[in-house]
Design a protein around this ligand. Structure first.
Ligand SMILES: [Fe+2]
Length: 300
C-alpha cells in the first residue's frame, strides 16, 4: 500500500513496510509534546498500527508522559508485582537464561486477546538490546482483511469468534505451562491461584470482522494464540477456519519487523495487530520497560 503522508504537518513519518509500521523521525520526546503533535501521533497510530522512535532517552516519568499521549496508562493482571501498583513493568531476560526457556510472547498473539476489553495498546522501551536477535514482529489485521476476496469477506461477516487464554495455557490446572506461570516469582501477590485459573478459563466473544474506532477501517479480530473457536460452527469446521485465519493474518505481506536498540521505543495499537517476540538471542540480555494503555474499548 502507498501511504498518504500529506495530512501530517507536525510529525515526520517513515513507513516501514506497505502493511504497517512507521518510524517517527525528527522528534524529541524528552519534553511535553504539543497537542497538535499528539493529535497527529494518535492519528498515525491508527493508520500505521505501530510507531517506532529511536534514541529517546526517557526516564520513567518521561515514558509515562509519552504513553499518555496515546491513552491512559493502566495496570495489567499479567504484570509483575511492582506493576500491580504502578503502570511501568519491566520485561527482563538475562544473558545466562537457558536457551530453551521460552519468552512469554514468542508466539503470534494480541495482548490479553482473551479479555472482553483487551488493552488499547502498549508502549515498549528498550533499556538493553541483544547485539543481534530479539526483534519484535508485528502483523496488521487490517491488511489481512483487505487481502481477502469478496466471497470470504461475505462468509465471515456476522460470524463471532471466541477467544480465551485457555487455548494457550490449557484447562488442566496441572499443565506444565500453567504450573510454570504459577511458579513464576514475578506473579503478582494478590493474583491467587483460583483467580488465575478463572482468568485463564474465561472466554470473550467478538465479531470476526471489526472496525477500527478511530478511522472505521475494517480488520479481522483474530487473536493468534487465544483464538479458540468460531461460535455456532461444527468443531471441525471451526478448527479449520481458526487455523486458516491465524495462518492468513501472519503472512509476511502483512507484517513488519523491528530491530531493537537501546532507547528505541515502539507504540503498538493492540486493537488491530498481532505481535511476536522472537526468541533467538540466548547469550544476550534484553531489558524492556512496558506500559499498557487502558481503555473502555470493546471490539465491534
Ligand atoms: Fe505480547
Amino acid at each position: 500500500m502507498k501511504f498518504d503522508l500529506s495530512p501530517y504537518r507536525h510529525i515526520t513519518l517513515r513507513p516501514v513496510t506497505g502493511a504497517l509500521g512507521a518510524e517517527v523521525t525528527d522528534i524529541d520526546c524528552t519534553g511535553a509534546l504539543a497537542e497538535s503533535t499528539g493529535e497527529e501521533l494518535r492519528r498515525a497510530l491508527g493508520q500505521f498500527h505501530v510507531l517506532f522512535f529511536r534514541d529517546q532517552q526517557l526516564d520513567d516519568d518521561g515514558l509515562l508522559r509519552l504513553a499518555e499521549v496515546f491513552g491512559p496508562p493502566a495496570t495489567s493482571p499479567l504484570n509483575g508485582p511492582e506493576s500491580a501498583r504502578q503502570p511501568i513493568s519491566r520485561l527482563v531476560r538475562e544473558a545466562d537464561a537457558p536457551a530453551a526457556e521460552r519468552n512469554f510472547g514468542d508466539r503470534w498473539h494480541m495482548d490479553r486477546g482473551g479479555d472482553p476489553t483487551p488493552p488499547l495498546g502498549f508502549l515498549l522501551c528498550c533499556e538493553e538490546a541483544p547485539e543481534y536477535g530479539g526483534d519484535t514482529l508485528f502483523a496488521s489485521l487490517s491488511a489481512a482483511y483487505d487481502a481477502l476476496p469478496d466471497h470470504v469477506r461475505q462468509r465471515l461477516a456476522g460470524l463471532t469468534g471466541v477467544h480465551s487464554m485457555s487455548r494457550l495455557f490449557g484447562l488442566d490446572e496441572r499443565s506444565a505451562r500453567t504450573q510454570s506461570l504459577l511458579d513464576e516469582p514475578s506473579r503478582p501477590a494478590p493474583f491467587t491461584e483460583q483467580k488465575h485459573f478463572d482468568y485463564v478459563r474465561s472466554e470473550a466473544e467478538h465479531p470476526l470482522v471489526c472496525r477500527h474506532p478511530l478511522n472505521g477501517r475494517p480488520y479481522l479480530f483474530v487473536t493468534g494464540s487465544y483464538f479458540l473457536r468460531v461460535k455456532g460452527l461444527p468443531q471441525a469446521e471451526s478448527d479449520a477456519l481458526v487455523d486458516a485465519l491465524n495462518h492468513h493474518v501472519t503472512r509476511p505481506d502483512f507484517t513488519c519487523r523491528f530491530r531493537w536498540r537501546k532507547d528505541s521505543i515502539a507504540i503498538l495499537d493492540n486493537r488491530c495487530t498481532l505481535h511476536f517476540a522472537a526468541n533467538d538471542y540466548a547469550g544476550f540480555a534484553r531489558r524492556m520497560r512496558r506500559i499498557e494503555l487502558g481503555s473502555d474499548w470493546v471490539p465491534q
